[in-house]
Design a protein around this ligand. Structure first.
Ligand SMILES: [Zn+2]
Length: 319
């Protein structure tokens, strides 16, 4: 966990750095921006930077403080996260209590409230005082991809820092350099995740890369019906399958338009994609992509997924 990991967020980091220096490393912030782009990781890296005991290049990533923050076991790092449901009063009571104590081990206590838009009104209101005047050596970071759902009184007490996804090529470089991924995998993840580092890292340990080639080989390249394994998947898995199909047809469309191979998501299958260009007209590709996007919506609404895939298959084989 080093600053290298967050290449591309330099503007946001510059703003935070200036604020932190002015406020003597305390204050309340909202990190806002699309899901999965590394906001929470930046918050942790700032916690590490403020508490690192290394002599140069803080956070050093190797002192005991940095390691504990990375593992989220440091006594001065408090992360509040609450899966699907609301963040309630009892979840943040600890912040209100802990904020008044001096740091145990490090220099600054850091509280990160992940998915802060899930704070219910009672919890949000109880935070107002500590957000207004955070005690010395206390940094509170609210992380959210839905700032519009945070009550105005909370918003107005925090400095809002906006984050954007990385440029896809930047993310590809980060994945190769910092996560030792091969070029084909890094390229696919960077493009499929649309520059969102957090999402790319979550996907990297899933069988997505093999799955996407399996779907391509069996369903698109050889134009065979979807096999039962795909048909019987859960709604979530089917949604992934539809997204993958859409990404293949997006690539065929782009290549047919004359886009460079680097623009394709599935660079590893570039030569196979080129073979498919004559098989589909622009009209057919438009129709297929419209069907895929409709299918996605139907799936959300729990419409019979088998029928849906059958219809989709029929349209593809016709093509
Ligand atoms: Zn360190």
């Amino acid at each position: 966990m080093r600053f290298n990991d967050i290449l591309g967020h330099s503007k946001a980091l510059g703003i935070i750095g200036a604020y932190l220096e002015k406020s003597r490393f305390s204050g309340a912030y909202i990190f806002s921006g699309p899901e999965g782009i590394g906001k929470r990781m930046v918050a942790k890296i700032i916690a590490a930077q403020l508490n690192c005991t290394g002599q140069v290049d803080r956070p050093c990533g190797s002192c005991s403080c940095c390691l504990k923050i990375q593992k989220e076991t440091h006594p001065d790092l408090h992360i509040i996260q609450n899966g699907q449901s609301q963040i309630k009063m009892e979840d943040i009571r600890g912040i209100l209590r802990q904020a008044n104590f001096r740091p145990y081990e490090g220099a600054v206590k850091v509280f990160i409230i992940d998915n802060a838009h899930k704070l219910n009104s009672e919890a949000a209101n109880s935070l107002l005082k500590v957000l207004e005047e955070p005690p010395k050596d206390v940094l509170i970071i609210l992380v959210t991809h839905k700032p519009q759902n945070i009550i105005k009184t909370v918003l107005s007490r925090c400095k809002v820092i906006k984050f954007s996804p990385l440029i896809r090529a930047q993310l590809e470089t980060v994945l190769i350099k910092n996560y030792a991924l091969d070029k084909a995998t890094a390229h696919f993840l960077a493009f499929y995740a649309e520059g969102r580092l957090g999402l790319a890292l979550r996907l990297k340990d899933t069988p997505l890369l093999q799955e996407k080639n399996k779907i391509f080989d069996s369903f698109i390249l050889s134009a065979k019906p979807l096999d039962h394994n795909i048909m019987n998947q859960s709604k979530e898995q089917l949604q992934v399958c539809l997204n993958i199909l859409a990404s293949w047809f997006r690539d065929i469309y782009l290549l047919k338009c004359g886009a460079s191979d680097k623009e394709t998501i599935h660079l590893d299958r570039h030569s196979d994609l080129l073979k498919l260009i004559p098989r589909f007209s622009f009209k057919q590709l438009d129709d297929i992509m419209a069907t895929l996007s409709e299918s996605s919506l139907y799936l959300e609404k729990n419409i019979n997924s088998k029928l849906l895939l059958h219809n989709l298959g029929a349209q593809l084989w016709k093509a």
